[in-house]
Unconditional design. Structure first.
Length: 383
């Protein structure tokens, strides 16, 4: 399939999936299997995508961040009662909602939907382009992209969450490095950092990918000093990462007195520093048990296929998993793991040989629609 044609199909698929989510919710509501009280009109449509933490982004877009000087209040404790606050969430997505809402004169939820629709399409396109580079086959790349889209937990890429933005900036940075368009990093890396807390860690992965690409393409007889000089000069593009962190840290300090207000605010979500593996099976509820088992499966997969996974992507896998676990968080693990590209590539190579491979995609999509049950009722399993 030609890239131009693929892009159009990905736009159509992105829109169709969102409509299928609404149709699923509408059927569940009208059949009384899951009373959701979906109202008629655009508000009822948008309510399907506005669940769980999505409200925080809309609240920040409308009201900005609160002025908090009390460290205990920042950590979510008001008069001894738990009271979460907006500082746990990063500013890029709310800012884009605010801009679109102002420019288009639409409500916050409508603006959020526009932003998510745009970035979901772009993230799918960039995923396809990366798959073409790594799989070196357009057919496999297309299948891999469909596999990613219909994966049971990847409905988040259509919701009012940062997933499509984050993936767009990460993949865009990888492509910019591959095609030696490093000036794009001036836009992509700050956006990645300001998207969500692990952006700074993924930015480090992007830099390791840059060094890996340079080493792969380096001439055998190149002088060491010449190579070192080229790396140092090219690395200047990555200075925007610490500068962005310093700028956002100063902004947080100005308003809260805490340079790392985002980290302190996460105490309100029961996130505390601990040895990563101790976060597994810490609680007896279904969500904690399932996510813990899911992490174990992914880590086992990473160990079994470590020879097929390039070093930068091995680093991405371990950082993506160990970082939230190190904060005692097992919630949201399926969302975090969704950016681990090697698993989609390896699964595609395995599935490609079978005739039932497209039927399998249909099965995965049914599982994805089934997962909407938890999302629509804001169940912990969908956090």
């Amino acid at each position: 399939m030609k890239p131009g044609s693929s892009y159009k199909w990905l736009l159509l698929i992105s829109v169709s999936i969102k409509l299928s989510y609404f149709l699923t919710a509408w059927i569940l509501d009208k059949s009384m299997l899951l009373p959701l009280n979906i109202t008629s009109g655009i508000h009822g449509f948008l309510s399907v995508f506005n669940k769980n933490d999505a409200g925080w982004y809309l609240r920040i877009a409308e009201n900005g961040y609160p002025f908090i000087k009390d460290p205990d209040v920042l950590k979510g404790f008001v008069n001894g009662q738990l009271q979460q606050n907006s500082w746990a969430f990063f500013p890029l997505f709310p800012f884009l909602i605010y801009v679109v809402s102002s420019l288009c004169a639409v409500s916050g939820p409508a603006a959020a939907f526009i932003v998510i629709l745009l970035f979901s399409v772009v993230s799918y396109i960039l995923f396809y382009e990366c798959a073409r580079l790594f799989l070196k086959d357009d057919g496999k790349a297309w299948y891999c992209t469909l596999f990613f889209i219909v994966f049971p937990f990847n409905y988040y890429y259509s919701m009012f969450y940062t997933e499509p933005l984050f993936l767009t900036f990460m993949l865009g940075a990888l492509l910019a490095i591959f095609y030696k368009k490093l000036y794009w990093l001036l836009l992509l890396l700050p956006a990645l950092v300001l998207c969500r807390p692990n952006g700074m860690v993924v930015a480090f992965f992007v830099y390791i990918y840059f060094l890996w690409q340079y080493w792969k393409n380096m001439q055998v007889d190149i002088n060491f000093m010449v190579a070192a000089k080229e790396i140092i000069i090219s690395s200047i593009w990555f200075v925007v990462v610490p500068l962005t962190l310093l700028g956002y840290g100063w902004y947080q300090y100005k308003i809260t007195g805490d340079f790392f207000a985002f980290s302190s605010a996460q105490y309100g979500w029961d996130r505390h520093d601990m040895f990563p593996l101790l976060a597994l099976f810490r609680k007896g509820d279904l969500q904690n048990q399932f996510n813990s088992i899911y992490v174990c499966i992914i880590l086992f997969f990473a160990l079994v296929f470590y020879k097929k996974i390039p070093l930068p992507f091995q680093l991405l896998i371990w950082m993506t998993i160990l970082l939230p676990l190190g904060r005692g968080s097992i919630n949201g693990i399926p969302r975090y793991i969704s950016i681990l590209l090697p698993f989609y590539y390896i699964a595609t190579k395995y599935l490609w040989q079978y005739r039932f491979k497209y039927y399998f995609l249909g099965f995965l999509f049914l599982l994805q629609l089934g997962n909407l049950w938890f999302w629509l009722q804001c169940a912990p399993f969908s956090y």
